[in-house]
Design a protein around this ligand. Sequence first.
Ligand code: ADP
Ligand code: ZN
Ligand code: ZN
Length: 818
Amino acid sequence: MQHFINVILPIPLEKLFTYSVSNADFDYLKPGMRVAVPFGKSKIYTGLVYEIHSTPPEVYEAKEIHRILDEHPIVNQLQLKHWRWIADYYMCTIGEVFRSAMPSAFLLESETLILKNEKGVVNEGDLNDDEFLVYEALLHQSILKVHEVSAIVERKNVLPILNRLIEKQVILLKDEIYERYIPKLVRYVKLGINYTSEEKLEELLEALTRAPKQSQVVLSLFQLQAREKKPIKIDDLSIASGGSKAVIKALIDKGVLEEYRIQTDRVNYEGIHTDYGLKSLNSHQKKALEDIRQNFDKKKVTLLHGVTSSGKTEVYVKLIEECLKEGKQALYLLPEIALTTQLISRLQDYFGEKIAVYHSKYSVHERVEVWNNVIQKKSKAQIVIGARSALYLPYSNLGLIIVDEEHEGSFKQFDPAPRYHARDAAIVLANLHGSNIILGSATPSIESYHNSQTGKYGYASIERRFGNVLMPDIELVDLKEQTRKRRMKGHFSERLLNEVTESLENGEQVILFQNRRGFAPIVECTTCGHSPQCPNCDVSLTYHQYKKQLRCHYCSHHIALPESCEACGSQTLDTKGFGTEQVEQEFKTLFPEAKVGRMDLDTTRGKYGYEKIITAFEQQELDVLVGTQMLTKGLDFRNVSLVGVMNADSLLNFPDYRAHERSYQLLTQVAGRAGRTKKRGKVIIQSYNPYHQILKQVSVSDYENMYKEQLYEREQFLYPPVNRIIKITFKHKNYNSLNEAAEWFAKSLRNVFGKGILGPEYPPIARIRNQYIKNVIIKIPLGQPLGKTKNSIKRIERSFNAISQFKSVRVIYNVDHI
Ligand code: ADP
Ligand code: ZN
Ligand code: ZN
């Protein structure tokens, strides 16, 4: 009988691909193992076995697999079910989920390498600009990959360039498969096989009398072996014997010693387990814990609504402890930007080596190791802390999922597919495992709070800060009035300046929040009003003073700051608006004595960029920290008495139905950084519109009314949570083609669904990287079956793709777009 496997390939194919396997392979293979398979003319992909069967494919001849890559499944059945759900719900393919779920090191694939053709004679004058760039790069670098060539010539499709270079005998191509994960190996030594008998050993020591260094090494090896009773590292032997590596190598070469390697973990926890024991909860925390347990008993998703600094983390710690007692795995999800060393070391104090950390700034090697530890149910990965991708690890018995800061928008993946919401995908995952799940926040999303109000979710709350610390005192400052009365110095009102002065005099720290990075968002000519634009995107370039550059935040296009206006030639370029860099600058001139740091995307690149700034501030090497919303997340600084919000208006005026909810959340979270110890913290919010409803609600911590008003608006305009939305984005280089395509699609949607279709509409930035963009929004009433709706949309897409002029238009679905 013939055998076949259906394989998930890491590419956006609607269907699984079928390959044939031999009898022997059939006996060996299990779903969840990887196989290398040929695809198309010459590609080789890593695929994942989804199912094994004996039905040949109907429309094509099944090819044979190349080889099997695993001895055991590295993905389990629960994961496959979870992926299936993600693909169906978020309208993408399971291949796209596969690609995003696995550490890239698991996805070895054939990759075309570009080498210099050593035999060719290159006439540089023959090459056009792009070709020359590639040629030049190969003079400095022996191998290039296709994506590197793309980066060099700044364009996607480089095949024509490569083809011409092959014709001109400048380059050669080479196809290579390689495994990217290199385990870290530690070198060990033992006595060579010929010297293990006693008499041989005596002979050896006899022979070594004239080589005292070598005989010392052999003796030390004996001593170490007797004492340690475990493999001896070369490094340790070298230290114990005082013999250099060269001496040891000489003995290895002679066959006296034998070298061997054992794979070790890169992700070892080096800290010392202090075992302080858990803190005991106060009565508010206990009550919350009790409520949570009762909801867990009813198998309910539970929302923990606790004000900033109320001690939610300690409640999670108790839940984790209970989960560990049952021998189950726990997952602690955090928004990407919140992953702080603070929280990790706090949890390590309690749980020591049981904690593994998993997120995108970690190297592929580290991620592979966490993956393997989870699959083997090792105790060192019993608790995983991570950003949204930690959802994808191969858990087999989850007992608890914590989604901390559940309101955070960064839980939703924006690009590429799957455009999933990690909170919602976590709820589904908990369901598959039958595990408990808790969502925590000081400012819950309207959705989750709504679900707790309707009884769909359980609810627990902590309304007081731990230790009876008071909620910060929030004062709104009217910038219009301050300007009129000439009380402004730059962007600082007199009120803010006075408070800063007082805090600094008391030796306390200050946080200044400005929701924009860069110096001043844009540069404008005061003569003609022109501001330099990105040539690839419909946006003004932003000014970065430090590098004296104008940069595009969408495509990284950048130019030096021009001396004069490119439109009218006047030398009257002026900066408009302001960002973190300018706040920092102004502050330095106002308070030359104070030490200021800045935290935004520009200053926190690299794996430890973020930690360095936080640590410096924590250890009070800095008096003031200026930052974007990065500094709002879950940080616990003891000495901050003042938080200044430089300008709340840009948040409130954002053109989006969530702008008000987000403003409330962000401002409350920033304010929550003030006064986390005994003394009451102070918050100054500057705004041109201090009578705005949201600002008032923030100033008196009135979440309840914020929720009611927002819900009312959502009901009026049919937005979530009273409706679902799917956003469809169309992209194309050609303006007219895009318009026609989007109109056609929207019209077809209207034919099927009637009302509830918005657009097509240009987004605020209508062109990015030379692609025009239009959006259509579909509002779906809660009663309408979602699966059917999506099928209808897909059917429309199939007809759409059958129209030749629309083929090259990209269609992107974003379900539950936020
Ligand atoms: P949240 O996560 O709600 O913002 P945290 O869990 O960070 O609050 O708690 C705020 C502060 O109070 C932390 O410094 C924490 O160590 C302390 N704390 C919270 N609960 C307790 C407790 N039961 N015993 C001692 N200290 C606590
Ligand atoms: Zn001008
Ligand atoms: Zn751009």
